[in-house]
Design a protein around this ligand. Structure first.
Ligand SMILES: *Cc1c(COP(=O)(O)O)cnc(C)c1O
Length: 412
């Protein structure tokens, strides 16, 4: 998808109004979560559920701004968690939905509590299933095992490929054949695979072929199949009918309930990061704008993925007349958001608005360098802005040593 199309999609919900008009009064940096955009995603996802009978959950690791859960719960079947805290967040804030959890390994000292919050528990290995499976079943939970169909569909991005060589995620068929006893198999209600990242339905199709080849004999004995996340369903150009075809195929072939648990697709293009230019420095031919937001602290996936986020009124380009490198105020040389071209000269104090900033941001940011956490605002469908957080020095200090909030938590 071209940069321009991406930028248009990221700012679609602004309906042609400028960032200055809409957000000019907000203290920066701040995140803004856009309800209209979330609803649009919710409608696409719920239409897939309606047409296929599958259930779609929010993978909270991508987006867990729980003030928006009441809106999302109108569309989704529940939440998916990576562990105890996300499970609790899902149960407490989307109580009408199902809560599913997958974790690489569960802890003895957390498992009892986990049972209070979850409906489905997915184990990563036969050993974990052996250790906790019966306990979970006795408490009425639906129990699953994550399988690894050993089918890589993404090139050169090992960090996001659970099927990469030597991956610790999921049980391969050869491990299944070695370690799964009849007793263990009888504990299972379902299988889970998560093999995709920002991919289209062709990659799902390839994964389903691999799952069928490796585990087809097991699936007809299962009640459900969870196809994980990484489905870019709400992105322009995603082949929704191909997705639906494979959901229906699985449900009919094996007589089971299909679940999907996308994170990114739920909150794609549903948030912004507003920031301002603090200074403009030069180095040789380069002009560099230093912003009050940081890639390293406030949009870590820009560096980790890496990718260049959409920016309102600019294109990702280092050749135009008014091109700048945009970077954060931190000490890290690599705290660079990207190179952008504008149709005007940048000045100190200018407001900049990055798009697609609801996912993997507010749940993944940090206070490296003592950087303040940007506050989070909600933009309702009538355009009203409401602040959801009140971050300050305490939020930086709290995680580092002895202080009142830690003591308060311990005494609970
Ligand atoms: C990361 C992850 C998801 C969500 O992935 P997205 O790419 O955000 O859709 C879902 N399930 C599991 C097990 C995951 O690890």
């Amino acid at each position: 998808m071209s940069g321009e199309v991406k930028t248009r999609a990221a700012f679609r919900s602004l309906k042609g109004k400028s960032p200055n008009e809409l957000f000019g009064d907000l203290p920066t940096p701040c995140y803004i979560i856009d309800e209209a955009a979330l609803r649009r995603n919710g409608e696409i996802l719920s239409s897939v559920m309606r047409r296929t009978g599958c259930k779609i959950l929010l993978a909270q690791k991508a987006f867990c701004n729980y003030d928006l859960y009441p809106l999302l719960s109108q569309y989704l079947s529940g939440t998916e968690a990576s562990g105890l805290y996300e499970a609790r967040l899902g149960k407490e804030n989307m109580p009408q939905g199902e809560v599913h959890v997958f974790c690489g390994a569960y802890r003895d000292d957390e498992f009892a509590q986990l049972l209070d919050y979850t409906d489905h528990i997915v184990f990563n290995s036969p050993r974990q299933l052996e250790k906790f499976g019966k306990w979970a079943k006795d408490c009425g939970k639906s129990v699953g095992l994550r399988i690894n169909p050993e089918c890589s569909t993404q090139d050169g991005r090992e960090i996001y490929d659970p099927c990469a060589q030597g991956s610790r995620l999921g049980t391969t068929r050869s491990v299944w054949d070695k370690q799964m006893t009849d007793g263990l198999i009888s504990l299972l209600d379902g299988l889970h695979f998560h093999t995709l990242c920002e991919q289209n339905a062709d990659a799902l199709e390839a994964s389903i072929f691999a799952v069928e080849e490796k585990f087809g004999d097991i699936l007809s004995r299962m009640k459900w199949l969870n196809m994980g996340g990484g489905h870019h369903i709400t992105k322009e150009g995603y082949d929704v009918s191909r997705l639906e075809k494979w959901i229906i195929y699985a449900q009919e072939k094996w007589g089971l309930q299909v679940y999907l648990e996308p994170g990114e697709a739920v909150a794609l293009n549903a948030g912004y990061l507003a920031c301002r230019v603090l200074d403009i420095v030069e180095n040789g031919a380069a002009r560099i704008a230093i912003l009050d937001a940081s890639a390293a602290c406030h949009m870590p996936d820009v560096i980790e993925m890496p990718y260049t986020p959409p920016l309102y009124g600019a294109i990702s380009d280092s050749t135009g007349e008014n091109h700048y490198r945009l970077g954060g105020p931190s000490c890290l040389s690599g705290d660079v958001i990207g190179d952008y071209s504008f149709n005007h000269v940048l000045r100190e104090g200018d407001l900049l608005l990055f798009g697609d900033m609801a996912i993997y941001t507010t749940c993944k940011n940090n206070t490296f360098n003592g950087m303040p956490l940007p506050n989070i605002w909600r933009r309702s469908e009538n355009g009203q802005l409401e602040i959801l957080t009140n971050f300050g020095y305490e939020d930086f200090k709290m995680r580092l040593g002895k202080n009142s909030s830690v003591i308060r938590e311990k005494n609970l």
